[in-house]
Design a protein around this ligand. Structure first.
Ligand code: 5AD
Ligand code: SF4
Length: 443
């Protein structure tokens, strides 16, 4: 049953990283083996992202480089999977480089497609499913540290944020059977993992409807609790929360379990009610600020991070200032910040004009980044003198005698190794910081 060697590279979000692990599992079961050397691969897969135009442009550049691999080795198979495969479908085949196109719900079909593919017979499967959650597949972990693993708890998305391509590339929302999630987490504990991150496009709308009895239905807070109870030594993280859906029950559940990390990634996107409405986010600035207050009243030390979009359709200078003032008011610990990129087929592309000039978008984004750098530094400065329990994730890139890991609130700490190892928990005291890192000593 021995087949060729597969090389997978992953673009985009954590969900895509986990999908690559699912693909690898399916392919290994079918007799393929993994290689990390593209030069010896029989199959090259790029698991792609469509979230912004520049993500796609980068992947097109990569496809061009695959052309060279093909010139060197005629039989190598080039596969494009993930969101860009779903969005562009057969347009990817026009490049005459790509042999296989597989959308996010078709990975079980990869072995068949790889068997069938020939230079004259490219393969494509971009069917989206209402059921597929890969629930029974044990991902082959590609992380190097063996400490922290992703677990997908749901797929797809039912929110129609007007700027976002994800509902089109990943299809409708569906939740995974909690029993299989627990089993996967238990298996990771047995293998020595110390941290799991539960993944979904909107984890707060996780809901398992039991086929037999409503008594066995499970919401996100209940799932979180069940995973936290597996082992107090297992840290539990999750991403992404949605401001409109994050419930008090989730916040209280976090507070109840020390091993549920004190961090919520809560994308705000904009601080302007007019923009939030146009983005179809279904909450207001005031609602968002109330959720932040609630989180902080129940979990005072909770890290709160966010995503922000600059220059959405029709955004005025006033709207932009609202974003800056909201960021200041919340004092985010860190943020991912983007300028708006119109995605074909989305509601915004169909209904609104992408009318903020490029230079204005860039200037606004730069102001947002400058502000966040200041807020991140302030947030880290407040940590000086505090102590944290850190899970060690590896050796510091800058100094081989130092280790790094994250505190519960998701901040990265660097400290002297002093005989400790990856996977250990250590207590540290913060002595200094930059805007990105806490510098600490062991206590
Ligand atoms: N343009 C810019 N940023 C976007 N995001 C999603 N769609 C777009 C887009 N069309 C950002 C949002 C989201 C993050 C994953 O990517 O901030 O939360
Ligand atoms: Fe992930 Fe969205 Fe990119 Fe798809 S488009 S890989 S869901 S970030």
């Amino acid at each position: 049953m021995k087949k060729g060697k597969v090389y997978i590279e992953t673009y985009g979000c954590q969900m895509n990283v986990n999908d690559s692990e699912v693909m690898l599992s399916i392919l290994q079961d079918a007799g393929y083996s993994r290689t990390e050397d593209i030069g010896e691969a029989d199959v090259i897969i790029a698991n792609t992202c469509s979230i912004r135009d520049n993500a796609e442009q980068r992947i097109w550049g990569r496809i061009d480089q695959f052309r060279l691999q093909k010139k060197k080795r005629e039989n190598v198979i080039i596969g494009i999977t993930g969101c860009m495969a779903e969005r562009l479908k057969d347009k990817l085949l026009d490049s005459h480089v790509v042999d296989l196109v597989a959308g996010p719900d078709s990975y079980r079909d990869l072995p068949r497609m790889l068997n069938a593919v020939t230079p004259d017979n490219p393969q494509m499967n971009v069917l989206l499913s209402h059921e597929e959650t890969y629930a029974d597949i044990i991902p082959v972990r590609m992380d190097k540290n063996g400490v922290s693993a992703y677990i997908s708890i749901m797929r797809g998305c039912n929110n129609v944020c007007s700027y976002c391509v994800v509902p089109y590339t990943r299809g409708a929302e569906r939740s995974r059977d909690p029993k299989t999630i627990i089993r996967e987490a238990e298996d990771l504990v047995r293998k020595g993992y110390k941290e799991v991150c539960l993944l979904g496009q909107n984890v707060d709308s996780y809901f398992w409807k039991d086929p037999e009895t409503a008594d066995n239905n499970v919401n996100f807070a209940q799932l979180l609790e069940a995973v936290a109870k597996i082992d107090p030594g297992l840290r539990v993280r999750f991403s992404t929360s949605h401001p409109k859906d994050i419930s008090d029950e989730v916040i209280y559940t976090m507070a109840m379990y020390e091993n549920i990390c004190r961090h919520i990634h809560l994308p705000v996107q904009s601080g302007s009610n007019a923009m939030l409405e146009k983005m179809r986010r279904k909450y207001t600035r005031e609602w968002y600020l109330e959720r932040v207050r609630k989180i902080r009243s129940v979990i005072p030390d909770c890290g709160i991070t966010t995503d922000v979009i600059a220059g959405f359709c029709g955004e005025t200078e006033e709207d932009h200032k609202d974003t800056l003032s909201l960021m200041e008011e919340v004092g985010f610990d860190s943020a991912f910040m983007f300028q708006y990129s119109e995605r074909p087929g989305t509601l915004a592309a169909r209904k609104f004009e992408d009318d903020v000039p490029e230079d204005v978008k860039t200037r606004r984004l730069n102001e947002i980044i400058a502000l966040q750098n200041r807020l991140s530094l302030q947030s880290n400065e407040r940590e000086i003198g505090r102590t944290h329990k850190v899970l060690i994730e590896g050796v510091s890139k800058k100094n081989g005698d130092e280790l790094f890991g994250r505190a519960s609130n998701n901040k990265v700490c660097v400290f002297p190794a002093e005989g400790h190892r990856t996977g250990d928990y250590v207590n540290v005291k913060v002595t200094a910081c930059t805007s990105a890192t806490l510098i600490a000593k062991l206590i």
